[in-house]
Each structure stands twice: as structure tokens, then as C-alpha cells.
Design a protein around this ligand. Structure first.
Ligand code: FAD
Length: 499
């Protein structure tokens, strides 16, 4: 009898649920139904393509390839409004995209044709709880990192976020987050102590070390597979001043520059320090220009961690002791400049092999020199083992599960071009270049399978580079928190775990 009672209750609940969704389905058919419901509830916060500011909001993307045509754009003002929207989107079975800072250059990750764009611009609160190195701040997903650094600076605080100016807080935090100071503080995700999340059915939950700890872990690198984060609570550090260096070299310095990069990856400075390391190459002149944007905590100038670079003999050098906002303010990367694609692989620090990849890259660039608007940059991202050690030792971990005994370097190409007609050519070109050289690295025993979502191309799958047990655990967590698969089927863009 008790079993019969349970079965009857379950059947009854199922029938009620079916009735509810049947009713929703009849009153709310797909995207148009969702847009109508959102418009009737939220008026001016919902933009159709006839709204005067639709185009303005719909071009707040870095990559021109992200300029798609959503049926409507909803700009929620509160977490409750995000929750209401998620309830409507899931009951209407309406496809949607979510945008934080709009910097991910993966078409379809942050915008959608004929769906609903949930643009989080107005969730832009920042509050600072200043307490020295115990400080935290809360930040809404509509903020850029520069706004965070500006809010922290009056308290003499700094945070682990984007290295340039306008990268979005939320996308970067959900995929990992490379800052100059990862060698000491780990990645941005390792510094988050709480996420406020709206799940696929519109439920609001918090995830921290004590409440929903499985979701807390999964959000540390698991991207947009679990819910919409409406607030991050993050650590901040007492770093009022930084010592910076901008270096530029000529073509003959490239090999020594690669060696200095390898030295940086293998060094274990006590001080927090790191750099953006790039080589620009002009196929018309065949000239390569290596550069360093180096930052070190404190006031020692020039910053000693980059002595191996300055020893090469730069053609230009600007050193400063300054504040984080003055530094980041000059590192703008405006939206809508070009079509742009990143792609990368990861390797053990090996000067000879990285220099060989660089040489092959210049030859590869020569092969597409006729592409209009072509700019190609070779980027090395240093990942010292001390960065991986932070999550190994903090009792929380992250989904990457990186080996904390191995220094790594991600070798990346960033390519821009002008015309949509070159999209396929450029994608084919870079796919072959990346695959071929990664294969050689594998054969030489130098490859790491790690891929960073922030630097990966849309045809790469960073989940394949994570420990399989971590991927399985994320899939189980996704099934528990999003049983209807809203963040798989309706919000399908970007780096997804897969069905
Ligand atoms: C010029 C440039 C410089 C960069 N520099 C760095 C760097 O220094 N360090 C680094 O680590 N990375 C860097 N990146 C990579 C960057 O971190 C990623 O592109 C990141 O996704 C940007 O975040 P966003 O909020 O701007 O992105 P968006 O494009 O808005 O979002 C990225 C993805 O996250 C999802 N998403 C966004 N917000 C939420 C949310 N609140 N809840 C759920 N899902 C959400 C989106 O749907 C999308 O799939 C850089 C990228 C560019 C283009």
C-alpha cells in the first residue's frame, strides 16, 4: 500500500507537471512566445529588432563574428529578473544565449540567431569588503575587469582578473582566468568564494564551500554548463602598486626572447609576476616584433622578474611604478574591430621546439598574406606549476586538475581578418597548423593536452584536455542541477560538455 501510494503520488505529480508544461506550451510557443512574455513583464528592458537601441546593444561584442540576429534582447536588472527569464525560456522551450562582457570569440557562444539574448549589462553592482589580504568583493556579471580594478583601487586592493582592460568579469571567471599574478594567486576561478546562480528552471541557489559544494567546484572552469551566475564573491589582495615594463625587440631577438619566456615559466619567484608575451609578424616586410607587457607586484623598478628579457637588449623599454588602473587603462581592446579567431595548444617549456613552431608560423602566415585585414600574432602564455598548486592546496580544486609538478606554456595564434568570405579559409588554415604542430609535440613527448577556453578556437574541445574523471563528475553535477538540460539544449552555444 505505501508503494502504491508513492506511485500514485509520483504519477499525479507527473501528470500535473505535464499539464503545466502543456499549458505553458499552448500559451508560450518558443522564442516568439518567450519574447512576448518578457516584453509584457519587463517593457523597455526587452528590445526587438525595431527598438532604437537594438543594434547598439547587439554589437557589444569583441568579434565581428558574434554579430548575430537575436529575435529579442532582454536586459535584466536583477537576479530575480534573470530567474523569471529562465523560467519563461525553459517553459517556452526558447533557445537563448547569455552575454557577460561579450569578448569570447566563438560565434554562437554569446549571441544567437532567432533566439533570445540575455545581456547581463545591467547586473553591474560592485561592493568591496576591505580587510587587507582577507578582503573580498562582490561583482555582477555585467562588469568589465577595469571597473573592478577601479572599485578596488581606493582601498589599495587588486584582484586576479583580465590582463587587458575590457574583458568581461563573468566569462573569464567561468572559464579559468589568466592574470599576471597566477604564479602566486592561481587563476581567477581559484579566487572565487561564492557564486550566486540561477538554474535552468529559474531556481536561485548559492554555491560555496559549504552550500552546493559540488556546483561550487564545477563552476571553477566548467563554463556555461550549469546556470547563469548573477554574482561572484571573490578575494582581493593588498597590492596598491605594481611595477611594469613594456619591452619591444627586433626580429633577431626572437630565439633569445623564447628562451627568456621558457626561463620565466621555469622560474619560481616569491613575488607575484607575469607577462603578456607576443610576437607580431608582418608578411610584407618579413619582420617579427617580439613584445613583453610585464607586471610585478610591488615597487622594485625595473621589475626583476623580467631581467632575462631586458638582458637581450630591447629596442624600446618603458618602466613604471604605477597603480593597477593606470596600467590596465592603456590596454584597451575595442569591440567590433575585426573578425578574429584564437587557437592554441600547450607544450612543455622547450626553447628549441617553441622556436621551431614560431618559424613554421611565419611561413604559414606568408601563405595567407593576401587575406584582407590579416594580422597574425603569436602568443606565449606561461603557466608555472605554482599556479596549479594553488587549487591543489586550497581544499577545493578546480575542473582543470592540472599537474602541479609541471611548468607549461600555451602557444597561441590570434588571427584577424576583414571579410566573412575568408572565414572558412582562415579556419581551415589555422586548424591544420595547430593540429600538425601539436602532433609533432606529441611525438616528441613535449605536448600537454590542456586547452584554455579563453584562447581556444571554436573547433577545439578543452574538456578533452581535462582529467576524464573531472569531466564525468561535471556531467553528473550538470544532470543534478539542470535535469531538463536547459544549458545543453536551449543554451547550446560555447564550450559545452556535450550530450
Ligand atoms: C582581447 C582579449 C583579451 C583577453 N585577455 C584575457 C586574459 O588576460 N586572461 C584570460 O584569462 N582571458 C583573456 N581573454 C579570454 C576571455 O577570458 C574570454 O573571452 C572570456 O570568455 C571573456 O569573458 P566575457 O564575459 O567578456 O565573455 P562573453 O563572451 O560575454 O561570455 C563568454 C561565455 O560565457 C558565458 N557567460 C558569460 N557570462 C555568464 C554568466 N554570468 N553566467 C553563465 N554564463 C555566462 C557566455 O554565454 C559565453 O558562452 C581575452 C579575450 C580577448 C578577446
Amino acid at each position: 500500500m505505501p508503494y502504491f501510494h508513492l506511485l500514485t503520488s509520483a504519477a499525479l505529480l507527473g501528470a500535473i507537471a505535464q499539464g503545466v508544461s502543456a499549458q505553458n506550451a499552448s500559451t508560450c510557443a518558443g522564442v516568439s512566445g518567450a519574447c512576448s512574455q518578457l516584453a509584457s513583464l519587463y517593457g523597455d528592458s526587452v528590445l526587438s529588432n525595431s527598438s532604437s537601441n537594438y543594434t547598439t546593444v547587439n554589437t557589444q561584442f569583441w568579434d565581428l563574428r558574434s554579430d548575430l540576429a537575436p529575435s529579442c534582447i532582454f536586459l535584466p536588472n536583477t537576479a530575480d529578473e534573470v530567474a523569471s527569464a529562465l523560467g519563461i525560456l525553459s517553459s517556452c522551450q526558447a533557445e537563448f544565449a547569455v552575454r557577460g562582457g561579450g569578448h569570447m570569440n566563438f560565434p554562437g557562444s554569446n549571441n544567437i540567431d532567432n533566439g533570445v539574448l540575455l545581456a547581463l549589462n545591467n547586473l553591474n553592482n560592485i561592493t568591496v569588503n576591505a580587510n587587507g589580504n582577507e578582503s573580498t568583493f562582490t561583482v555582477g556579471p555585467g562588469n568589465r575587469w577595469f571597473e573592478v580594478y577601479a572599485a578596488l583601487e581606493p582601498f589599495g586592493l587588486y584582484a586576479i582578473g583580465g590582463r587587458l582592460k575590457t574583458i568581461g568579469v563573468s566569462g573569464l571567471s567561468l572559464i579559468g582566468g589568466f592574470h599576471y599574478f597566477i604564479n602566486k594567486y592561481g587563476f581567477a576561478m581559484d579566487n572565487i568564494v561564492q557564486y550566486d546562480v540561477v538554474l535552468g528552471n529559474g531556481t536561485q541557489v548559492v554555491a560555496n564551500n559549504a552550500t552546493n559544494p559540488d556546483l561550487f567546484w564545477a563552476l571553477k572552469g566548467g563554463a556555461n554548463n550549469f546556470g547563469v551566475v548573477t554574482r561572484f564573491t571573490t578575494r582581493a589582495y593588498a597590492i596598491p602598486e605594481i611595477s611594469t615594463t613594456m619591452l619591444q625587440f627586433n626580429t633577431s631577438a626572437v630565439e633569445a626572447w623564447v628562451q627568456a619566456t621558457v626561463d620565466l615559466a621555469n622560474s619560481t619567484p616569491d613575488v607575484a609576476a607575469g607577462a603578456v608575451l607576443t610576437i607580431r609578424y608582418d608578411p610584407a616586410t618579413k619582420m617579427a616584433t617580439p613584445g613583453v607587457l610585464g607586471v610585478q607586484a610591488g615597487t622594485e623598478s625595473p621589475p626583476s622578474c623580467f631581467a632575462n628579457f631586458t638582458a637581450i637588449g630591447p629596442t624600446a623599454q618603458i618602466d613604471n611604478v604605477t597603480t593597477p588602473t593606470v596600467w590596465h587603462d592603456q590596454l584597451d581592446s575595442p569591440d567590433q574591430m575585426y573578425r578574429v579567431q584564437f587557437g592554441h595548444h600547450t607544450i612543455l617549456p622547450d626553447t628549441t621546439r617553441i622556436f621551431a613552431i614560431y618559424q613554421a608560423w611565419t611561413e604559414a602566415v606568408d601563405n595567407v598574406a593576401d587575406v584582407e585585414g590579416l594580422q597574425s600574432t603569436f602568443v606565449l602564455n606561461v603557466m608555472p606549476k605554482s599556479a596549479a598548486a594553488v587549487s591543489k592546496n586550497n581544499g577545493i580544486g578546480n575542473v582543470w586538475g592540472l599537474d602541479d609538478t609541471q611548468n607549461l606554456i600555451a602557444w597561441q595564434t590570434a588571427n584577424t581578418w576583414q571579410n566573412a568570405s575568408d572565414d572558412l579559409r582562415m579556419t581551415n588554415w589555422i586548424t591544420k597548423f595547430l593540429d600538425y604542430h601539436h602532433r609533432i609535440n606529441q611525438q616528441m613527448g613535449l605536448a600537454s593536452e590542456f586547452l584554455y577556453m579563453g584562447d581556444a578556437a571554436e573547433f577545439q574541445n578543452p574538456f578533452l584536455g581535462m582529467p576524464f574523471e573531472n569531466v564525468q563528475r561535471m556531467r553528473a553535477i550538470r544532470a543534478a542541477y539542470d535535469p531538463q538540460g536547459v544549458f545543453t539544449h536551449l543554451n547550446w552555444g560555447g564550450f559545452k560538455l556535450g550530450a
